[in-house]
Ligand binder design. Structure first.
Ligand SMILES: *Cc1c(COP(=O)(O)O)cnc(C)c1O
Length: 727
């Protein structure tokens, strides 16, 4: 029977390719040691279901797992997920579920690259795949938070010619830091395959024996001599294979042989040092020539992408195979690789220090669960680490609430909305997110809560000041004892449940007695509240704890506050009362783990009144950026030239000069350091600022168009030094 009277069903061979890189957030859990490869088969199957494909075959090597799919292929590495799907599959549909699974493994995405060639039949694609602009929108919604987005189209828009669409979003520093060895991929899309050649990829006719035989006979085997090949021939036609090489090279070929929609794709990707990849980079013409002889297409589009450390590294221009002429050659540089030397400010976040600070806290104050104050520093690695260790969060706005949830907090258990006077929109956001614990100190706030979030429980914030604290809060917040009667009445009238008391002695508090006195006062308010019929079950001792300090062995020194807190709690809120104790430390966790590096990009020599040389320097961050802490947080900066970590303590071997350090904006106020002694620095040198995590990044502005998010973030995981035996 001939089917010619029906329009032949056209199959779209052109694949959508999604590549996601991942980073570990926080200390890796044992299961996360395998990264994404710890995904269960059930999870992988569920992911694929959302896109509309299923697994046909799978194979593993030491570096990755490769799946042949009903529509193309999937590759899963520890920290990389690459899926290519053809037909009318919905590749992006798996993203939300994948993000969730990955979060369960302690992984967060750091980079997304999505690419595809032109579709032969764009009109049959479901939205958003029917228009590149719509795909870019959809991708942006999913990955905007990763960092800067780049979308481009290479090739001529003329009818019938293949174009190449690429979308990249990434946290640039993470990618630079964590992408591992630089990688390279070669993708070749071919259309209009020679009909005789295409016959080899039919199961129904021709002289089909086995997929392996097809692989050998068509020349694919000799194209990939080192690969473990997992090949499959579909019924009645169509060929797919994955190749696995132990040095991490993955290859995949998919062929749609039907005459009216014939299409073949070949991809080889892997680390640049791997043998097959190095050979391709040396001379890409060879693989193109081999592909042309296997498929004999009328048209080929070749896309080579690689991360370059030093500009272009392709060995030679692409020579056309015999019988083909080159229609064009397009080069697009994306800011993912080859970023060259660092120039923008660099943050180094020590997640190991975060962990030790957390452990020291729970050891020093075992009854007090910390709810980290997000306003101090919302850096996602810090927040996710704290969340994974068991901390809750103190948030003050919708954005902070979202950041906490993103970090892993459960809205009903792990968040206190500890802003005593909230914007209505933030209260509504808390209500919609299921955050049901907040603080208040006025009857007005009770009314707002009743209106926008009637189900919330509330802690009565009382005033309790440490007069020595670095930043005072008592001028703005905290009810006096004589105000409390009116607050109980208002809460009763509006049916808001007062569940306890909170206070904050002021940020950067040094006075243990301030905490002890505040706890005594809280006890009195508790008793009054109970008299008014409230079930008082929670005491929130707020923030104020100084930035955690490490001793020579890397152990945390918490000062005198914990002892005072524990003694006051044991006396006034003994464990037998069942009162839950929480705190809202910000500075304690955020300050020490963050180090900031800034490059010198200008200098000027002058003379002191005494006739000695002195120097002015311009560096890449300043008062309008992270160093806003000089103004708002009354901070002192700890600076050392890069490579001389103890310069400030010991002085250097060479001569020091009186120096002034300016920030990058055009404001004279933007002066970071005056009269400091520094060695002679030059443009390109770096200054390193320690303990920069508290109230720095969150207050930075983009004044003068100098965007604080241009800074790079690197994560390190330091370990405690083993205690040295003391002489
Ligand atoms: C700022 C703030 C904190 C954090 O204070 P630190 O001094 O950084 O510990 C905690 N709670 C509230 C309500 C705050 O406003």
């Amino acid at each position: 029977m001939s089917l010619d009277i029906f329009p032949a069903p056209a199959f779209e061979g052109s694949e959508k390719r999604l590549e996601l890189d991942w980073v570990a957030l926080g200390p890796p859990a044992p299961v996360a040691a395998r990264g994404l490869r710890a995904l269960t088969l059930q999870q992988v199957t569920s992911l694929l279901e959302t896109t509309g494909c299923c697994i046909v075959s799978s194979r593993s090597c030491s570096i990755f797992d490769a799946y042949v799919l009903s529509e193309s292929s999937l590759f899963v590495y520890d920290c990389k997920f690459v899926i290519k799907t053809c037909g009318t599959t919905k590749t992006l549909a798996l993203v939300p579920m994948l993000l969730e699974f990955a979060r369960g493994l302690g992984l967060a995405p750091s980079r997304c690259k999505y690419s595809r060639a032109s579709f032969m039949f764009p009109e049959v694609q479901p939205a958003p795949y029917n228009a590149w602009e719509a795909e870019v929108d959809a991708l942006s919604c999913l990955f905007l938070h990763l960092g800067p987005i780049h979308a481009c189209t290479l090739g001529e828009p003329s009818a019938g010619s293949l174009q190449w669409h690429v979308f990249v979003a990434q946290a640039e520093p993470a990618a630079r830091h964590l992408a591992g060895p630089s990688s390279c991929s070669v993708e070749i899309c071919s259309t209009g395959l020679c009909p005789e050649q295409a016959l080899s990829f039919r199961r129904a006719d021709g002289d089909f024996v086995s997929a392996a035989q097809t692989t050998a006979k068509t020349g694919i085997r000799s194209l990939l001599p080192n690969a473990d090949i997992d090949d499959f021939l579909f019924e009645p036609c169509g060929y797919s294979m994955n190749g696995l090489e132990d040095d991490g090279v993955a290859s995949t070929i998919h062929i749609t042989p039907e005459d009216h929609c014939s299409y073949a794709s070949l991809e080889i990707s892997g680390p640049k040092q791997a043998g097959s990849i190095a050979a391709i980079l040396e001379d890409p013409s060879l693989v193109v020539r081999d592909a042309s002889s296997i498929f004999r297409p009328s048209q080929m589009a070749v896309a080579i992408s690689w991360t370059a450390e030093h500009g272009s590294e392709l060995g030679g221009l692409l020579a056309s195979p015999t019988g083909y002429c080159q229609a064009g050659n397009w080069v697009q540089t994306l800011p993912d690789g080859g970023a060259g030397a660092l120039e923008d400010p660099v943050w180094v976040v020590d997640l190991g220090a975060v962990k030790r600070l957390y452990e020291a806290w729970t050891e020093a104050m075992p009854r007090v669960r910390p709810f980290y104050a997000a306003k101090c520093n919302m850096e996602p690695g810090l927040m996710a680490t704290l969340s994974s260790l068991g901390a809750g969060f103190d948030c003050a706005s919708e954005a902070e609430l979202r950041a906490a949830v993103q970090a892993g907090a459960c809205p009903g258990k792990d968040i206190v909305f500890a802003n005593a006077c909230k914007r209505p929109r933030d209260i509504r956001a808390a209500a919609s997110m299921g955050v049901n614990l907040t603080t208040f100190d006025t009857p007005c706030e009770i009314q707002k809560l009743a209106q926008h979030h009637p189900g919330t429980a509330a802690l009565l914030r009382i005033r309790a000041d440490d007069p020595d604290a670095r930043c005072q809060l008592g001028n703005k917040y905290g009810a006096e004892p004589e105000d409390c009667e009116a607050l109980y009445l208002a809460a009763k009238k509006h049916n808001i449940d007062i569940q306890g008391v909170s206070f904050h002695v002021g940020s950067g508090a040094t006075n243990p007695a301030a905490f002890a006195e505040a706890i005594i006062m809280a006890r009195r308010i508790f008793t009054d509240g109970q008299k008014h019929g409230f079930n008082m079950t929670m005491l929130d001792i707020g923030g104020g704890f100084c930035g955690g300090k490490f001793d020579m062995e890397g152990r945390v020194d918490l000062g005198g506050v914990p002892a005072a807190v524990n003694a006051a709690l044991d006396e006034h809120f003994p464990a037998s009362t069942g009162v839950e104790i929480i705190a809202e430390p910000g500075r304690y966790f955020a300050e020490a783990p963050f180090t900031l590096g800034c490059m010198v990009f200008g200098d000027r020599e002058g003379q002191t009144p005494a006739g000695k040389a002195c120097y002015d320097y311009w560096i890449t961050d300043g008062l309008y950026g992270a160093m806003n802490s000089l103004l708002y947080d009354h901070a002192t900066l700890f600076v050392n030239p890069l490579g001389q970590p103890n310069h400030a303590d010991k002085g250097s071997e060479g001569e020091d000069f009186t120096s002034t350090v300016f920030g990058p904006t055009c404001d004279g106020l933007d002066t970071i350091l005056r009269g400091v002694m520094l060695p002679r620095l030059h443009v390109g040198d770096w200054l390193v600022f320690n303990r920069m995590g508290a109230y720095t990044m969150t207050g930075a502005s983009a004044f003068n168009g100098i965007d604080p998010t241009e800074a790079s973030i690197f994560y390190v995981q330091s370990e405690e030094m083993t205690a040295k035996s003391k002489a």
